[in-house]
Design a protein around this ligand. Structure first.
Ligand code: B4P
Length: 196
């Protein structure tokens, strides 16, 4: 076990800005960003076995099965020393949270902070739809799930499966809420107040 470990878990609904904020915090505090959404999209693009399973589920706004995600995270943490990591998009279910608790316990790397980004539902939809529009305007393919219908589906899945994790981390005393409205810089300053 090393005292240089740091484990930050970003919670929040789809489009809340987890990826945006996690990337900056990772860079400024020398942490490894583990974005399960990005990792899965890479597998889909490369047509791997995992990508073939995950692609249709992601496109439909559904979660990818827990066992696949847990194996993926176990692999990424295997040789990490010290454990300096930001989880962005993981855990998303109770089973994932319990598996992560065990993994971190084995590694002797307790959770340091769990910022929860709060953004009103309609703003979330607008951001996701805007990201899709922006991609098209720049001649890039939009993310398969960046449209209004799938965004609403993802919100429902979040409410049912991920929101209960707020209690899981609140009970452990790591959770703090962050107003996710405003510019990315403003949100970042609020996040820093809880990450030491
Ligand atoms: P993710 O890639 O995690 O998608 P997300 O929740 O939309 O991302 P995020 O909240 O990070 O938003 P972002 O910063 O990009 O997941 C996609 C799919 O992968 C899931 O639906 C699921 O199928 C699968 N998956 C991933 N992890 C899984 C797991 N653990 N288990 C099972 N399945 C899993 O921000 C969104 C937009 O807002 C951007 O365009 C950004 O520029 C903009 N924005 C950010 N901050 C802003 C601000 N302050 N003001 C204005 N706009 C802002």
């Amino acid at each position: 076990m090393t005292h240089n470990n740091k484990v930050v878990i970003f919670l929040g609904p789809p489009g809340a800005g987890k990826g945006t904020q996690a990337a900056r915090l990772a860079q400024e505090q020398s942490l490894v960003q583990l974005s399960t959404g990005d990792i899965l999209r890479d597998h889909v693009a490369r047509g791997t076995e995992l990508g073939l399973k995950a692609g249709p589920l992601m496109e439909a706004g559904q979660l990818v099965p827990d066992d696949l995600l847990i194996a993926l995270i176990r692999d990424r943490l295997a040789d990490m020393e010290p454990v300096r990591v930001i989880f962005d998009g993981f855990p998303r279910t109770q089973a994932q949270a319990e598996a992560l608790d065990l993994l971190l316990e084995e590694l002797g790397a307790p959770v340091s902070a769990v910022p929860l980004l709060e953004v009103p539902d309609q703003v979330l939809i607008d951001r996701i739809v805007e990201r899709g529009r922006q991609a098209v305007a720049e001649g890039r393919a939009p993310r398969a799930d960046d449209n209004e219908e799938t965004a609403r589906k993802r919100q429902l899945v979040y409410r049912e499966q991920t929101q209960p994790l707020i209690d899981h981390y609140a009970r452990r005393g790591h959770l703090y809420t962050v107003d996710g409205l405003g510019t990315p810089d403003e949100v970042y300053e609020r996040i820093l107040s809880g990450v030491h």
